[in-house]
Design a protein around this ligand. Structure first.
Ligand code: ADP
Length: 310
């Protein structure tokens, strides 16, 4: 059995400079980093690091970046047979400039991610008979997201949707296909159309999402924790207090931890605790994929914080 992640695969090209350039200016910068990313790939790596058999389904360009991205996923233990190398486009790329104050300019080229289509859903469908869950995000065309959710739903495979990056107009037909939706406060606010800031508003937003047809809604509240609502109950899970240095990819780590717990047959409440733990660990380390915890670190953290799996 395995978990399928269907989504984006990116390479982040990051440069640092004393300040951001103005239009038309050429500036000498300091450092250059090439970092694998994309919310889909991040969630696949989060799962594989936790020891879960994970298939990534998506697209890269048939260029050197594409080969590197696939190799990197393979090295982390992600199964990559269903990543298609598209001859006609570049891989997804984010060009990021960061200055000394942490201000940034980011341009994202979806590239191959923007070409994910029904063919990829077809490849994904072949994996469904041995799948425990399907993880989706919103960095590939929404038509492909809906088609994948439909295929999984019809096969009785739970669908976990991270509605990121934030969007205000998800198709109404998507909600009833989703078993668990996991927005952060900003994403929840965009979906429901009122500001979501804190527990009370999060519970209201979760209620709206249930009414639209999702089976459970988890609203991630950063350092505060998260609210989880099902038709039977609404509960709050506090964050684990940690010394946070960088919360990039904390949300992806959360979804990895959540799905890993469900893979092992744990309850939804326990799964939210696992997500919260993985998110906390990711917040203690710099970077995106580099900050995703491995099984050893994760198990040690659960033990240290007194979490028992029942
Ligand atoms: P996103 O990365 O999608 O914006 P959040 O910032 O809400 O999502 O983080 C996801 C989860 O990671 C949170 O629900 C929480 O469990 C954990 N987390 C994030 N930031 C912290 C923090 N500073 N301390 C402890 N846990 C955190």
């Amino acid at each position: 059995m395995s978990i399928i992640v269907f989504g984006s695969i990116n390479i982040d090209l990051v440069v640092t400079a004393p300040r951001l350039p103005v239009a038309g200016e050429t500036l000498t910068g300091e450092e250059f980093f090439k970092i694998p990313g994309g919310k889909g790939a991040n969630q696949a790596v989060a799962l594989a690091r936790l020891g879960i058999p994970t298939h990534m389904v998506g697209r890269v360009g048939a260029n050197s970046f594409g080969a590197e991205l696939v190799q990197h996923l393979q090295d982390t233990g992600v199964k990559t047979q269903n990543i298609f190398a598209d001859e006609n486009v570049s891989s997804g790329v984010a060009i990021i400039t960061v200055d000394h104050h942490g201000e940034n300019h980011i341009i994202v080229i979806p590239g191959a991610n923007g070409h994910v289509n029904q063919e990829d859903v077809g490849r994904l469908s072949q994996l469904l008979p041995t799948a425990k869950a399907l993880l989706l995000q919103l960095e590939i065309p929404i038509t492909a997201v809906v088609a994948a959710a439909k295929a999984a739903h019809n096969a009785n495979i739970p669908v976990i949707l991270d509605p990121a990056p934030a969007q205000s107009d998800l198709p109404a037909e998507l909600y009833p296909l989703v078993d668990i939706i996991t927005p952060n406060e900003v994403e929840a606010g965009q979906l429901v159309g009122f500001p979501v800031d804190g527990e009370e508003a999060a519970a209201k937003a979760a209620e709206v999402l249930l009414q639209r047809g999702v089976k459970s809604a988890i609203v991630k509240l950063g350092a505060k924790g998260s609210i989880c609502a099902t038709p039977e109950e609404t509960f709050f899970v506090p964050a684990f207090p940690v010394d946070a240095v960088d919360t990039v990819a904390a949300g992806d780590a959360f979804n990895g931890g959540l799905a890993a717990a469900l893979y092992h047959g744990l309850s939804l409440r326990q799964a939210v605790v696992w997500g919260t733990a993985a998110g906390a660990l990711a917040a203690t380390t710099l970077g995106a994929q580099t900050s995703l915890p491995d099984k050893f670190t994760f198990d040690a953290f659960l033990k240290e914080r007194g979490v028992t799996n029942n």
